[in-house]
Design a protein around this ligand. Structure first.
Ligand code: PLP
Length: 291
């Protein structure tokens, strides 16, 4: 396969960087996760422009100038799918500082950009898309170090996500639920959180969660179905007694949650509203319904 690297397609094995790459040491970088569905049959990359726009916003927050236009990066993502002969794919654009300088004071750093694409199925397991996942409240809070930075999809933010996920996996769960600094529900390690109670859909506000593109899509779909969707502060015990819960994300799509901290949520399997929104989501991304 090939990877788009600073404006050129290079063979996968040659898309390398030096061990003194600045971002490898200090974690300053931004990235995206994008999916293409049935690209070979003409379905476009899902919400490509919104993902590229968020990449530029993340870079703006980190004060990292991207040396390409949004249009160039849109084309790079399309090319990464096409030139790898992919039909459905996960696409990963990333911007990082190179090895031009070392130390925090380096002032000669260049921003490099790569776009890779590969085939990726259900992120949290195919069978979990119907059965639902088991999650665990994390002892790590979301962005407690850099509370204002959760709008940026920045490499550094994922150390926390990794620690939370590893903790959840070690306890035999599938994913972590991170709380914010006040103890309210924030999000998963790479997913936004939703719950359903008495037919109303609730999701945390964006003070401690990423402004997810799947989240936006699901809110829009739920609105169109006539559901009330409310942003609110959510406590752990509200989730324990919720009727349904699910995660959304480009990788996770719409993944039902069947258990939190050993408590069954609702019936202990995928709830009906979750199932409906999941099915509508797949229709939209696969181009069966226009959006
Ligand atoms: N929250 C975090 C921390 C993420 O990394 C992601 C994935 O991008 C999401 C939420 C979901 O966002 P999106 O739906 O845009 O993929």
């Amino acid at each position: 396969g090939v990877i788009w690297y600073d404006g050129k397609m290079v063979p996968w094995r040659e898309a390398n960087t030096h061990v003194l790459t600045h971002t490898l040491h200090y974690g300053m970088g931004v990235f995206e996760g994008v999916r293409a569905y049935h690209a070979a049959q003409g379905t476009a990359i899902f919400r490509l422009k919104e993902h590229t726009q968020r990449l530029f916003r993340s870079a703006q927050i980190l004060n990292m100038p991207i040396p390409y236009s949004a249009e160039e990066l849109n084309q790079a993502q399309a090319a990464a799918v096409r030139e790898n002969g992919l039909d459905s794919a996960y696409i990963r654009p990333m911007c990082f500082y190179g090895s031009e300088g070392m130390g925090l004071r380096a002032d000669n750093l260049k921003v490099h950009v790569i776009v890779a694409a590969w085939e990726w199925g259900a992120y949290l397991g195919a069978e979990n898309m119907t059965r639902g996942i088991r999650i665990r409240t994390s002892s790590y809070t979301r962005h407690h170090v850099n509370a204002v930075m959760c709008r940026a999809k920045a490499n550094g933010n994922y150390m926390n996500s990794m620690m939370a996920l590893q903790e959840a996996l070690a306890c035999g769960c599938d994913e972590a639920l991170l709380l914010d600094a006040q103890g309210f529900v924030a999000e998963g390690s790479g997913e936004n959180f939703f719950m359903v109670q008495d037919g109303v859909i609730y999701t945390p506000s964006l003070t401690s969660a990423l402004d997810g593109i799947t989240r936006r899509t699901v809110i829009q779909l739920a609105d169109e179905c006539g559901y009330t969707v409310k942003e609110k502060t959510i406590t752990r015990d509200e989730v324990y007694v919720a009727d349904e819960a699910f995660f959304t994300g480009t990788a996770a799509e719409v993944t039902p949650i069947r258990e939190l901290d050993g408590r069954k949520i609702g019936s202990g399997s995928r709830g009906p509203i979750t199932e409906q929104l999941q099915s509508l989501y797949f229709d939209v991304v696969k181009g069966k319904t226009a959006h």
